[in-house]
Design a protein around this ligand. Structure first.
Ligand SMILES: CC(C)(COP(=O)(O)OP(=O)(O)OC[C@H]1O[C@@H](n2cnc3c(N)ncnc32)[C@H](O)[C@@H]1OP(=O)(O)O)[C@@H](O)C(=O)NCCC(=O)NCCS
Length: 153
């Protein structure tokens, strides 16, 4: 069983462990903690029935109308079981409820798994942002319309 719920401050150690195993340049613990206070109910965790953290998603709303997926990661041993999809879809629901028309994110242009994941969830590449993560570390900007419109009317 997987439960998606709001993150607690007590979850931060497990979230940080997932962050460390998931990214080449992980966010420092202090930044995750700052986001915990900043993001409010847009910091979500997936837990198993024993309360163990399986993954997290983190978002913020910008200018009142667009949701930014700041980060999402699933514990290595729990991937490819739908946990990431649940975390992202729940974050998108919250964006929608709070009035966002679309959701967007940056992903390392070499992160094939991440790009496939976002594609599957309906995100489209709209731009290549050169050197976004550092020298020669480019990012794709990917966008999803949250109102099921075909284009951006
Ligand atoms: C990206 C990530 C969050 C996906 O989580 P997950 O729980 O494994 O994803 P799901 O099981 O919900 O996968 C949904 C779909 O995404 C795609 N996908 C997921 N992992 C994939 C992989 N390794 N390769 C190709 N496609 C993949 C598939 O289309 C999959 O659908 P399918 O199972 O029907 O084939 C996870 O791989 C992860 O934590 N990666 C490291 C951190 C990261 O790169 N985050 C995203 C960039 S910020």
């Amino acid at each position: 069983m997987v439960i998606i719920t709001n993150a607690n401050e007590d979850d931060l150690n497990e979230i940080y462990a997932i962050e460390l195993e998931s990214f080449e340049n992980p966010y420092p613990y202090s930044l995750l903690r700052a986001y915990y206070f900043l993001a409010g109910d847009l910091f979500l965790v997936a837990k198993d029935e024993k309360g163990k953290v399986l993954g997290y998603s983190l978002g913020v709303i910008q200018y009142g109308y667009r949701g930014h997926v700041v980060s999402i990661a699933v514990k290595k041993t729990e991937r490819k079981r739908g946990v990431g999809s649940m975390l992202l879809m729940q974050l998108e629901s919250k964006f929608r409820l709070k009035g966002c028309s679309h959701s967007y994110l940056e992903v390392n242009y070499r992160n094939r798994a991440g790009i496939s994941f976002y594609n599957k969830l309906g995100y489209k590449v709209v731009k290549l942002q050169l050197n976004y993560y550092g020298r020669n570390q480019h990012a794709f900007i990917m966008v999803k319309d949250l109102l099921d419109r075909i284009g951006f009317e």
